[in-house]
Design a protein around this ligand. Structure first.
Ligand code: KG4
Ligand code: ZN
Length: 329
């Protein structure tokens, strides 16, 4: 089955064509990061307008790329259109959903909706064809969840952040350090030059598999206010990154042991972090296999949406499911 996936939930307009949930025939992504950088974060109204201006072009380019790379492909081969219906920015989601509904109606192709969080997990089924069951850390800009994924569309929420997500903490601390949005990649780069023991930062005491990062962000803010202006930003970036990655890795590996799982999977933008991957591997002591998407499939993309549209379309249909933050509960 060939699925065309549309992602417009935040600041990436991305359309991909994927065969049988794993073979990516094409993928075009227009990132809005350069536009939002000036504001230090995503401005929803601007995001929606940017999606509106680029969606037709991205769909056309994705179809044309599939045709040029696979001579036997043409749009009539598309069996299904999948679109993210939440969680995300309402006005941005509406652009993708409207485009998907229009295409479906005009070309008479089946339309399914996809949950954005589920799609992040599905990024692991692309190319590598990782298979459930596994314990999954889903860490993005909007969410941080620990899940036991029993099957493609069956998972149990083990814990989640009680306040800020891990990605949000990276973004906010990045801002405090004077770095560009998004903070995650910028902190990871700066942290390469720092000493992780230079500063002692607090770790939240929360439930067994829950997280809390808002106190950490406040601690960084207070620390900066108490330091001389020429303090080492690299040292603080490394110390902060280490606390976040240790917290995420500790609970992920602990959950894998508790659920007797020999495979752990990471997903979402924060999963691109190499330090996180390394710490998880160290803590796994060679007893648990770590699976992670290719870097380009960690952050938002249409390919993961197409994979989800094939493997686990949303049971709620296109009922504009923007409130599905706790979908996995
Ligand atoms: O999954 P994603 O693209 O969008 C959401 O669904 O939210 O994740 C974006 C988040 C941002 O907060 C960004 O700072 C973070 O992922 N991120 C990273 C890295 N790359 C992206 N965080 C840490 N290290 C990275 N290398
Ligand atoms: Zn995302």
């Amino acid at each position: 089955m060939i699925v065309l996936g549309i992602e417009t939930s935040c600041d990436e307009t991305s359309v991909a064509i994927v065969k049988d949930g794993h073979e990516v025939l094409s993928e075009i992504t227009y990132s809005q990061i350069a536009t939002h950088k000036a504001f230090g974060g995503v401005v929803p109204e601007i995001a929606a307008r940017e999606h509106f201006l680029s969606i037709d072009k991205v769909i056309n380019e994705s179809i044309n790329q599939a045709i040029s790379l696979h001579p036997d492909f043409n749009w009539k081969k598309i069996d299904r259109i999948a679109v993210v219906n939440g969680p995300g920015l309402v006005s941005s989601l509406l652009v993708g959903i409207t485009a998907a509904k229009t295409l479906s109606w005009a070309l008479d192709i089946e339309l399914v909706s996809v949950n954005h969080l589920q799609a992040h997990i599905c990024a692991n089924y692309l190319i590598d064809k990782t298979e459930p069951p596994f314990v999954c850390l889903l860490a993005s800009g909007g969410h941080t969840q620990l899940l036991f994924v029993e099957d493609y569309s069956k998972q149990k929420l083990l814990g989640q952040t009680l306040d800020d997500s891990a990605g949000e903490a990276f973004d906010k601390v990045g801002r405090l350090l004077g770095l560009d949005y998004p903070g995650g990649p910028a902190i990871e780069k700066l942290a390469l030059e720092g000493n992780k023991s230079a500063f002692t930062l607090p770790r939240a005491q929360v439930g067994e598999f829950d997280f809390s990062f808002s106190g950490l962000k406040t601690a960084v803010m207070r620390l900066i206010a108490s330091l001389p202006p020429d303090f080492s930003r690299a040292d603080l970036a490394t110390s902060f990154q280490d606390v976040v990655c240790q917290e995420l890795a500790n609970k992920l590996v602990k959950a894998a042991h508790k659920y007797n799982c020999k495979k752990i999977v990471i997903a979402g933008g924060v999963a691109s972090n190499q330090n996180l991957r390394q710490i998880i591997q160290e803590k796994s002591e060679g007893k648990i296999e770590l699976k992670a998407p290719q870097l380009k499939y960690c952050t938002d993309n249409g390919a993961m949406v197409a994979a989800a549209g094939f493997l686990c379309p949303d049971e709620f249909g296109l009922g504009f499911d923007v409130y599905s933050r706790n979908k996995h509960r």
